[in-house]
Design a protein around this ligand. Sequence first.
Ligand code: V47
Ligand code: SF4
Length: 397
Amino acid sequence: MNNKIEVILNDTSLKPELQQIAKKVVNGERISEEEGLFLFDEAELSYLGALANNVREKKHGDHTYFNRNFHLEPTNVCLYTCTFCSYSRLIKKREDGWEYTMDEMMDMIKKYDDEPVTEVHIVGGVLPQYDLKFYSELFQNIKKHRPELHIKALTPVEYHYIFKKGKVSYAEGMKLMKEAGLDSMPGGGAEIFHPEIRDEIAGGKCSGDEWLEIHEEWHKLGMRSNATMLYGHVEEFRHRVHHLEELRKLQDKTGGFQTFIPLKFRNKDNQMSHVPESTIIEDLRNYAISRIYLDNFDHIKAYWPMISRNTAQISLAFGVDDIDGTIDDTTKIYAMAGSEEQNPAMSIEELVNLIRRVGRTPIERDTLYNIITDYSDHVFEADNDYRGYVSLPVVNK
Ligand code: V47
Ligand code: SF4
């Protein structure tokens, strides 16, 4: 057992509830909703970091995953008016946005023909022309052009809309999407499930229950998906615990989730710009509690464009084992919301070095976590240049 855990287990000054939770986590037992809330209310960062890291290393050791992906956003105009989203305001000034046609979307896919990318992540606003027929054809066209490219696309927000419009049930709709070539579903649109908050920040789009139902139908087809939580705005800790509990329950039922991605609310250019953003300490506490709570999720991901490369590095000591990928987000969903990067993109070498510098092992994966390359002993030409990344002292875990 590592030192930090021993210190916690023997710390008699800790509140008894925290001692009890620590014992459970170290023994691989599940914590309750009340205990989850207690952690949010009471636990210090160092305590949470030690426990979350214990869970992370039992599951993955030092392995830290990333993939080669790119993002495609059909439109940044949206019918809905989520108060945290910088897309929603564009419906009034539609000419300032973009609405790509099928040909334009396929041209963007083809730009990556000579790149060894393994995944395209498609997500964007909701508009009537992007309907069941459009997305079915888009998936079919992508598969016709590049069959091995994994399509991770759309969220229950889009699916709820296009299935309703196309008069098909969730079960039928998801089956049609699978037949068209959809490989997996990203975690977006989850926001906060609890209606007290969801109605305020994301009124009108699919409810928390509907979000969960659509993922359940997808999992029933034997397929995988991710989940997110948009935190650090007007929600309270109890709403976060409710959100995590709903995910944990569905995962017990289906086992279809791969990765949980906490998304830090960013306040640029949206209707909630007056709401202050969470601190880095709160972000790390949130990663750690997510890791501890979601004992049945394999992976916790830090989406690096939203929290900065440095915070992504630090998060690897607070339960995170995945930092998404190269991304190459030439369009703007995150830049518009105030992310750290205007056109987020990282090369494989940058990703590998970022992970190595905090003493972890970089593993390139595909979307389903099959290992593509273990970078433990890989030497880049740049390792020999003046930057000497790998010879820098690693940050103490
Ligand atoms: O659902 C919108 C969020 C999500 C803001 O599955 C905002 O691998 C912060 O889900 N501040 C879409 N967040 C992105 C998403 C995602 C990202 C990376 C990887 C994966 C995956 C999924 O972005 C939306 C919403 O929750 N979002 N506006 C904002 N101002
Ligand atoms: Fe539309 Fe999604 Fe933005 Fe809500 S979060 S306004 S559904 S793009």
